[in-house]
Design a protein around this ligand. Sequence first.
Ligand code: TNX
Length: 478
Amino acid sequence: MKHLLTLATALVVGICTAAAQHIVPEPASVTPGKGVHTRPVDKDRIDIRIDSSAFGSPEAYRLEVTPKKIRITGASDAGVFYALQTLRQLGDENQANVPCVTVEDSPRFSYRALMLDPARHFLPVADVKRFIDAMAMYKFNVLHFHLTDDQGWRVEIRKYPRLTEIGSTRAETDGDGKPHGGYYTQEQLRELVAYAADRHITIVPEFDIPGHSVAAVVSYPWLSCRAVDTLQVRTTAGVSPDLLCAGNDSTVTFIQDILREMCDIFPSPMFHIGGDEAPLDRWGECPKCRARKATLGLESDPELMAWLLRQASGTLAESGKRPMVWYETDVALYSAGTTVCAWRDGLTPTVIDSARTHGWPVVSIAGEHAYFDYPEAEADRPKGGAWMPVISLKRAYAFEPADAPVIGVEAALWSEYLPTIDSVFYRAFPRALALSEAAWSRPERRSWDAFKAKMPAQMRLMDANGIPYRKPSAAELK
Ligand code: TNX
């Protein structure tokens, strides 16, 4: 009998320690207690309080589980929400038998994002909601929503209806002969904003200018520097030379009108205006762009690009919003307060240096670790992706972002080769779990060995919560 009791105690202590050890992202502090809280959590009384004075971060929380009660103290509603996410990871499949524990926790970064790209392949509202649910479980708080690109325009703009009438459909994709299209009405976007907000996720919209604009140019050919009668919504991946014309006053009005409509839909204090991969050659040849440079006394096309982005930033400022951009070395200067996204392989140190000089915040989306459109293993390489490096789970985990001026991290799920939400999930998970630790956990609390040991429990959790993921091989978990 005595032996049995000892064995039972050992088992219980074992369970406690094990369950508390598989939380992702790793909390700031976990102290195992004695015993198990046996009642199912959803039928149980949880003592929930908010105490904004007790914590340094508005997203912080304390979770205390004892055999008799569960108490959550959050610095805000968000803190309570994160405590509940941690609790969800602790119980068994019936959300019962939660091992006793005290978790004290707060995030390292205030910006923790995944980026979806419905411009390349449209994602219906219900699919985006499913993705938001999965993000919430791992304490992400920003969905960066890339809504416009060469291959499709996805946001209803009342003032420019052709954007969705024409620009939301392409004739085919990579020669498959099948039209592809879709867009979100403003009402649907408001619904998504509210759905995400309920899960403490802010949707940061992106309207990508002046490049990645073929769908817009095809819808309104006067946006272009040259006649574009034969141009079509792009059907392949790649970079297009057909930018928005910076010399045309109507283009500037167009950008500002769209920003105003979108600012009204998305309450986010940040707004992404793209700025990536814009070959400026056409601007150099365009009489209107040349005239604009002459009038403004600008000497180069990169300066003209900086001017155009400033026009957009000014419009955002009217609604109290700050711009974000994909940092490129060939832009003269971004506006003060622009958040710059470091993305190109190897460029992060350069971005951080220049951000320090100019006082820009940085979001790190390092291509070496956080481009989740890249295959996780050689066998998953997409047909058109011969150039893509492999980002294994281990490589995703090795992402170690710098401190200030970095305000957060993000992974990008560019979707030229991801046609459905399941394919997006398969690329995103489990690498998003690795990213969640780069975003939330202190560097000294992170280790690959500890993380890979959490994977079996996390895979069960993803299964139980309907999150499709790519199962790592035993070799990949070495
Ligand atoms: C570059 S990353 C792009 C995207 C592509 C991606 C493919 C960035 C700012 N621009 O337009 O989808 O590469 O990996």
